[in-house]
Design a protein around this ligand. Structure first.
Ligand SMILES: Nc1ncnc2c1ncn2[C@@H]1O[C@H](COP(=O)(O)OP(=O)(O)O)[C@@H](O)[C@H]1O
Ligand SMILES: [Mg+2]
Length: 391
């Protein structure tokens, strides 16, 4: 059975595990600096060690590449826990050209020297739905610009097939739209040209997105190099990836069930600072895809881990799907209340009461709906180097 070793119970002194042999949805929360990213790193190490799964980490802060180094700084605590510091194989997936994104070839070379391997990600314009284009351009499919875009994409599909067109083909179709007025055409073509300059789109051939993922490495999608800006580019990338992986995994699952193929690897998606992608009370690119991932992804074998300093800022549909929670210290009452809503019958007290017991960094309340257990635990030390300590 594949299981994730998380740490030790403060009261029970027992080793605490999360069963990872089936699909899970896990929430990691806690105030700034309480150890969320560290704990996410522990989960990644364990998934890599013990579970036969493909791992994708969505990293808006650009901190997970340090997993390619051993955790030498905390060597003695790691030994206390009967383990030793260890480097992991890390692939850093960068939307666009790594040298350009990081701002210098010396940076890329130094990261490579530390064991990181880079993979460039190019989003296929034909994988972007008309709705997502509209969201990226701040319009909707009911407005003239959205309508013209939708028609242009439909014509591209007819002419070039699902995988054979790029932004310039879409723009060409917009230019010859007989029903759209000049202002609409100008505005839309402008936006398409701008999108081309984001440097994240494929412009010559269709690339399978899943090709960039290495099943034997920790795949880190570094979104820190992309503006979180108003166009929601980070969300767009996540959305396209989620949909592609969901589709692939569903097809693979169908084959497995019909005995047409041996079972393939399951998939774990881990998202740090997840409130960016699934904010409460407003739409965001990628949000619907994440909701679908947790709601419908279990059966085909998709798991999700989200970390956020503000559980109250994460969409309720995602929170309510979480079957395990690791909560570090929380301070605001909104956040404690959001978490408390997830209290279940089997708990003797409300989650809040456990959170108030947390005394130091690295401690967390672990709620496991699957095992119907709640307990305060000490998270085990990282064997690979944790990133993101403040300068
Ligand atoms: N379980 C732990 N054991 C030892 N040090 C930890 C542990 N959890 C967190 N830390 C340390 O605490 C600091 C903050 O952790 P971090 O994961 O970056 O917090 P967050 O993501 O919640 O802002 C880091 O310097 C990290 O090394
Ligand atoms: Mg963090």
């Amino acid at each position: 059975m594949s299981r994730i070793f998380l740490g030790r119970g403060l009261e029970s002194e027992a080793n605490i595990y999360l069963d990872a042999s089936k699909s899970r949805a896990v929430l990691i929360c806690g105030k700034r600096g309480s150890g969320k990213s560290y704990t996410m790193g522990v989960s990644i190490e364990e998934l890599h060690r013990s579970a036969d799964v493909t791992i994708l980490v969505v990293d808006p802060m650009g901190i997970f590449h340090t997993m390619s180094l051993p955790n030498s700084e905390q060597e003695s605590i790691v030994w206390d826990w009967g383990d030793s510091p260890r480097a992991l194989p890390v692939k850093v997936i960068v939307p666009g050209d790594p040298v350009e994104r990081y701002g210098g070839s010396d940076i890329v070379q130094e990261m490579e020297r530390r064991g990181v391997e880079f993979r460039a990600l190019a989003v296929n314009p034909s994988d972007v739905s008309p709705e997502s284009w509209c969201d990226s351009f701040g319009t909707s499919i009911n407005e003239p610009m959205g309508i013209a875009l939708m028609k242009a994409i439909r014509r591209c599909r007819q002419k070039y097939g699902k995988e054979g067109y790029f932004i310039s083909e879409i723009a060409s179709e917009v230019l010859v739209d007989p029903r759209a007025n000049d202002r609409t055409i100008d505005a839309l073509v402008n936006r398409l040209e701008m999108a081309n300059q984001w440097g994240i789109f494929a412009s010559d051939r269709y690339r399978e997105l899943s090709e960039v993922l290495d099943p034997n490495s920790v795949n880190v999608l570094d979104l820190s190099v992309i503006d979180s800006g108003r166009y929601g580019r980070r969300g767009l990338i996540l959305s396209v990836l989620c949909r592609d992986l969901f589709r692939k995994r569903s097809v693979a699952r169908r084959r497995e069930e019909l005995g047409l193929a041996p079972s393939k690897r399951k998939f774990w998606l881990l998202i740090d600072e997840a409130h960016q992608f699934a904010p409460v009370g407003r739409s965001a690119l990628g949000k619907e895809d994440l909701i679908r991932w947790v709601k419908e992804g279990r059966q085909p074998g998709l798991s999700l881990v989200v970390a956020s300093q503000q559980p109250s800022a994460i969409d309720g549909e995602i929170l309510s799907q979480c079957d395990a929670i690791l909560s570090h210290a929380l301070t605001t009452s909104d956040d404690k209340t959001a978490l408390n809503r997830l209290t279940k019958d089997y708990m003797k007290n409300e989650i809040k009461a456990y959170i108030n017991q947390l005394a130091r960094t690295g401690q967390a309340v672990f709620v496991d709906d699957d095992a119907e257990n709640i307990e305060v635990i000490q998270i085990r030390p990282r064997t690979s180097k944790p990133g993101g300590s403040e300068a």
